[in-house]
Design a protein. Structure first.
Length: 493
C-alpha cells in the first residue's frame, strides 16, 4: 500500500510583549502539486508565523520556504492561504513517508495592546461622566478612534458608549475589508450625542447556488458543496460548479462591485474541456473560434465539441486547424508557422472583348506582401501596322477584314492573405480594324481602331504552386465593347 504524509494541524495563538492574540479560524490544509497548502480565516490584522514539528509537537522550527499570507501585517480575510514547499525545507522528507508532521500557526496583533482594550472596556462600563458619545456601527470588527489618539475602541454588539468632554471632537471608524469613515461631532455639556455609521464594504456579498452534489470553486479554489455564501473583493472572479475535482465546466465570470449583494445560479452548468494551444513561433496571436486569446501559449476552459484554432503573426502564413474536445479531457495543440516568402509567378493569358476580339499573352512577376508584374498580349497579326487610318467613305470594298491587337501592361500586386492577391496596372494598347478595297489596297478604319493608354485591375489567386488570374482591361480612348476580360493560368515558385 502506498504511504503518504500524516498531517496534524493545530491553531496556536500567543502573546508577544504587550500584543494580544488574534482569532484564526477555519484552518484547513491539502497537499497540492508537491506543496502543503494551508488555508485559514483571520478576523483582525496580525503578524502570521508558521512552524512545523517532526516529534509530535515537542519542538518546532519556523517555516521559511513559503509564500502567501505569511509574515507581517497580514490583512483580515475569510480566505487566507500559505503555500509551503515542505519537501524542499524539511530534510529527508519524502512523499512516501510515514513521518507525522505537525503544523502550528501564530497570529499576533501588531496594532492594539491588551491594556488599551481593557482600559476601553473599563471606560465604557464603569466610569461616570457628565456627557457621553454614543456610536453605533454594526460592521464586523469595527474600531473607533477619537481625536487621533491612536487608541482604538472596540464596539460591543454594534454599540459603543464613551464618556467624553464637552466640545468638538474628531472620530474615525475602521473595520477590516471596509472603507474607513471619519468626521467631527459636537458634544454639548451635560448631554449625550448619538451617531450611527454604516461603513462602505470593499467586497460584494455573493451567494452561489449549484446542484446539491456539485462542488463550488471560487477563483479555482474549492469553497463548498451545493451552495456557498461569502465575500469577494471588488474585481473579476470566476465561479464554477464541478461534479468532482477532475470535472470541468464553463466558469461563470463575475465582476464583484463593492457594497452589492448578488445570487449566482451555477446549476446546469455546461460541460467543458481544457484546451491547451501552443505556437512554436514566439509572439504569434492565438485565435480560438475567432477570439484572440493572447500570444504564443494559452490555456482555456471551453465547451465540448468542435473548435477552430488559428495562429496569426506578421511575416508568417496564417496557420489553422480544427480540434474536437471531449468532456473533462485536455486537448494539447501545438502548431508551427511558415514564413511568408517572395514568390515568382508566370501565367499564360487569353483575352476577349465584345468587338469581337481574341488575343493571347503572358504575365510574369513577383510578390511577397507587395509585388509587380508585366503583361504582354497580342493576336499575332501585325499586318495593319503600316496601313493608313481613314474615315470609311462610299466606294467598293471586297468584304475582307483584318484585326491587329497588341498591349503591354506594368502593374503592382498586393497580398490579402495566403490565397488572394489584388492587382492593378497601366499600359499601352493598339487595336486596328482593316478593310480591303476593291483595288486590293487596305485601310485602317479609324472609328473602329484605337491606340493609347489602358488601365487594368483584377485579382490573382495562389493555391500552392498553382496560380489563376482574372482582370479587366479598359482602353482610356474608347470604352465599351473594346474593354477586355483577361484570364490567366500558371504557376508560382
Amino acid at each position: 500500500m502506498k504511504k503518504c504524509l500524516l498531517f496534524c494541524v493545530i491553531v496556536f495563538a500567543a502573546f508577544c510583549g504587550k500584543t494580544v492574540a488574534q482569532n484564526v479560524t477555519n484552518l484547513d490544509f491539502a497537499l497540492r502539486e508537491g506543496k502543503v497548502v494551508i488555508t485559514y480565516a483571520l478576523d483582525y490584522p496580525a503578524d502570521i508565523k508558521a512552524y512545523y514539528s517532526l516529534d509530535d509537537g515537542n519542538s518546532y522550527k519556523e517555516i521559511t520556504k513559503a509564500t502567501g499570507d505569511l509574515g507581517a501585517l497580514v490583512t483580515p480575510s475569510p480566505m487566507k492561504r500559505i503555500d509551503w514547499d515542505a519537501f524542499a525545507e524539511v530534510e529527508n522528507l519524502e512523499y512516501e513517508s510515514d513521518v507525522a508532521l505537525v503544523i502550528k500557526i501564530e497570529a499576533i496583533a501588531n496594532t492594539y495592546t491588551k491594556q488599551a482594550m481593557e482600559d476601553a472596556k473599563k471606560m465604557v462600563t464603569e466610569e461616570k461622566a457628565d456627557q457621553y458619545l454614543i456610536v453605533r456601527c454594526a460592521d464586523d470588527g469595527a474600531m473607533l478612534y477619537l481625536d487621533s489618539t491612536g487608541t482604538g475602541l472596540p464596539f460591543d454588539k454594534g454599540v459603543l458608549r464613551v464618556p467624553i468632554t464637552a466640545g468638538t471632537h474628531t472620530y474615525k471608524i475602521e473595520a477590516p475589508m471596509y472603507d474607513p469613515e471619519s468626521g467631527s461631532v459636537e458634544v454639548l455639556a451635560y448631554q449625550s450625542k448619538e451617531i450611527t455609521v454604516a461603513l462602505m464594504p470593499l467586497f460584494a456579498v455573493v451567494t452561489a447556488v449549484a446542484d446539491p452534489e456539485y462542488l463550488i470553486y471560487v477563483d479555482d479554489e474549492y469553497v463548498a458543496k451545493g451552495q456557498w455564501e461569502g465575500r469577494l473583493l471588488q474585481g473579476q472572479h470566476t465561479l464554477e460548479a464541478r461534479k468532482s475535482e477532475n470535472h470541468l465546466s464553463i466558469p461563470y465570470m463575475y465582476k464583484a462591485v463593492k457594497g452589492t449583494t448578488q445570487t449566482i445560479n451555477l446549476k446546469n452548468s455546461a460541460p467543458a474541456a481544457l484546451l491547451m494551444v501552443e505556437s512554436k513561433e514566439e509572439g504569434a496571436n492565438i485565435y480560438i473560434d475567432g477570439e484572440n486569446k493572447g500570444s504564443s501559449k494559452t490555456a482555456t476552459v471551453t465547451t465540448i465539441g468542435e473548435h477552430d484554432i488559428k495562429l496569426k503573426k506578421h511575416g508568417f502564413e496564417n496557420t489553422d486547424t480544427t480540434v474536437i474536445l471531449e468532456h473533462g479531457k485536455t486537448a494539447n495543440v501545438s502548431l508551427r508557422m511558415l514564413p511568408v516568402t517572395n514568390k515568382f509567378f508566370f501565367l499564360g493569358n487569353i483575352a476577349y472583348s465584345m468587338s469581337p476580339q481574341t488575343s493571347y499573352g503572358i504575365t510574369l512577376g513577383t510578390v511577397k506582401y507587395w509585388g509587380w508584374y508585366l503583361s504582354a498580349t497580342t493576336n499575332l497579326d501585325f499586318s495593319s501596322m503600316g496601313y493608313e487610318f481613314v474615315e470609311p467613305t462610299e466606294g467598293y470594298y471586297t468584304g475582307e477584314t483584318s484585326t491587329s491587337r497588341f498591349a503591354a501592361t506594368v502593374g503592382i500586386v498586393r497580398r490579402l492573405n495566403k490565397i488572394f492577391y489584388l492587382k492593378a496596372g497601366v499600359g499601352y494598347g493598339i487595336r486596328n480594324l482593316s478593310w480591303q478595297k476593291s483595288d486590293g489596297d487596305w485601310i485602317n478604319v479609324a472609328p473602329y481602331s484605337f491606340s493609347g493608354l489602358e488601365a487594368s485591375a483584377g485579382m490573382q489567386m495562389m493555391f500552392g504552386s498553382f496560380v489563376i488570374s482574372a482582370e479587366a482591361v479598359v482602353p482610356t480612348t474608347k470604352i465599351g465593347k473594346y474593354c477586355e476580360a483577361r484570364i490567366g493560368v500558371g504557376f508560382a515558385f
